[in-house]
Design a protein around this ligand. Structure first.
Ligand code: SF4
Ligand code: SF4
Length: 489
């Protein structure tokens, strides 16, 4: 018995939305679709752009709202400075931030991509509007523009990118310092100037040439969507049940058999990633809502209800597809199933993680107090026997002032009677956020040592009353009671 040969089904004749069939880049020139969602996105987007520009200028208690000082390895958020040694705090912050992104994605879908990501915000609200302004709406193809218009366009791009690069640098260099640099020749601060030039070049490469490829090919967050969304996350979707079968409106003959989609392709023409939302949920969709506005405009012109494309959930999207298939198969009474409501495990887990991470961060940073201390024993002369049955220990204390103002620090050892602390460095004034090292010699009676050491506590106290106690083992002779000729070890 021989099986009849089967011809494998031909693959769909499709390529990526940003590629031509021959593999070359398909340049997208999305048509702007005015509408209520575009108005909302503009309000949010321009507010974010203003925030990005203003944050480096704001101060809280004399400190920047946000400053990532890589040279000093100090990171200031909302006026509170963290140091490179704050690894636990940094880990908690990163954990909380990632969990927050996961939580928002599980609940609101790709809201970050469409509404908050700098890639979308600057491309759609700054660079493309400039392009439309210079080249004119409807003739946006750069390859077809005159040399003069192109020169104007690239000059405008450069000015915006150069400005953005300076604002970017203001997150790493204090704003006042950067402002001072602007009035000096670049050779006086060459490294920073090179950084600005490099960032400007990257911005231009991204927003002028790479564009939507960042979202569809490069961004790892876009790739994660399929695992971060659940069936009740918000997505932009096409109502298959209402829209299909699609076709040009012919009220007299077909109004009873056709769906609401008139196949005008306005939703495709407006899409910044070049996809057709009617094909279902796609990784390339950045939830920019432009197809909603485009389709709502068409529906309004046709006198139909808006919302053929709208925010919905993957579950609702699946229900409209199932019902449309059933109807096409002859079940005319079939309707999309009502969406489920109630408990959702995924947002609960992510939400709990967010609260736990940020609450722990708050508790740990509050307990760190205003001073950080680390003690290091002197390597050359850990201890010396002295006349009068005394023992001296040499050590170095690294003190970091975490307080918001300058403090003067001193050291005591209250648990040992007859102790003397000799130091040319104490008391020591330390500016806010900085650290200094104090060299000190602790002189104690020999009798306190047993087994070669004496465990005690060093108390470092600041002028404002802040203090830190650390455990320390003073070294001494094995037998503290015996008296010997002074020696050094
Ligand atoms: S804009 Fe609306 S009516 Fe036009 S093709 Fe898209 S879904 Fe159909
Ligand atoms: S499919 Fe719609 S929401 Fe998604 S990227 Fe395209 S226009 Fe934006």
């Amino acid at each position: 018995m021989s099986a009849s040969p089967k011809t494998p089904a031909a693959p769909p004749d499709e390529v990526l939305s940003t590629l031509n069939p021959d593999g070359t880049r398909r340049w997208l020139n999305p048509r702007l679709s005015p509408g209520r969602w575009l108005n909302r996105r503009r309000a949010v987007g321009y507010a974010l752009i203003a925030l990005f520009a203003l944050v480096p200028m704001f101060r809280i208690g004399g400190k920047p709202l946000m400053l990532l000082d890589l040279l000093k390895r100090e990171f200031t958020f909302f006026g509170k400075t963290f140091f490179a040694t704050d690894t636990l705090l940094l880990m908690l912050f990163l954990l909380g931030t990632f969990a927050l992104v996961f939580f928002l994605t599980a609940v609101l879908g790709r809201v970050w991509c469409g509404w908050g990501c700098p890639q979308t915000v600057y491309l759609e609200l700054v660079f493309r509007p400039i392009e439309r302004l210079v080249l004119g709406a409807g003739s946006q193809r750069r390859s077809q523009a005159s040399a003069l218009k192109l020169a104007l366009l690239y000059a405008a791009y450069f000015v915006v990118a150069f400005l953005m690069a300076h604002i970017f640098l203001a997150y790493f260099v204090p704003f006042e310092t950067l402002w001072g640099w602007l009035s000096q020749p670049p050779t006086e601060h060459l490294t920073s100037f090179i950084v600005v030039v490099a960032v400007t070049a990257l911005i231009l490469a991204d927003f002028v040439f790479f564009r939507e490829q960042m979202c569809t090919l490069a961004c790892p967050y876009g790739r994660l969507q399929s695992v971060l969304l659940d069936k009740r996350s918000l997505v932009v979707g096409y109502d298959v049940f209402r829209g299909e079968p699609r076709g040009k409106a012919k009220p007299s003959a077909d109004s009873g058999t056709l769906g609401d989609c008139v196949d005008c392709k306005a939703c495709v023409a407006t899409c910044p990633t070049g996809i057709d939302i009617r094909k279902g949920l796609q990784m390339e969709c950045v939830a920019c809502t432009q197809c909603i506005d485009a389709c709502d405009g068409i529906m309004e012109r046709l006198g139909r209800e808006p919302g053929l494309i709208r925010y919905m959930t993957p579950a609702a999207l699946g229900a409209t597809t199932v019902a449309a298939d059933a109807r096409a198969a002859g079940d005319t009474a079939c309707r999309p199933a009502a969406p489920k409501t109630g408990f959702r495990l995924r947002p609960l887990i992510y939400g709990t993680l967010v609260v736990a991470a940020f609450a722990t961060l708050g508790i740990v940073s509050a307990r760190k107090g205003g001073v950080e201390v680390a003690a290091v024993r002197d390597k050359l002369t850990p201890f010396q026997l002295m006349d009068g049955d005394l023992v001296s220990n040499s050590l170095h204390l690294r003190i970091r002032n975490r307080a918001e103002t300058e403090e003067t620090f001193d050291v005591t050892i209250p648990s040992i009677a007859d102790v003397r602390i000799a130091s040319p460095d104490l008391p020591m004034a330390i500016p806010s956020g900085q650290s200094r090292t104090a060299n000190l010699v602790v002189i104690t009676p020999r009798a306190i040592f047993s087994g070669g050491f004496h465990a005690t506590s060093l108390v470092v106290t600041g002028s404002s009353g802040t203090s830190k106690t650390i455990e320390y083992r003073l070294q001494g002779p094995e037998d503290g009671a015996a008296s010997t000729v002074p020696v050094s070890r």
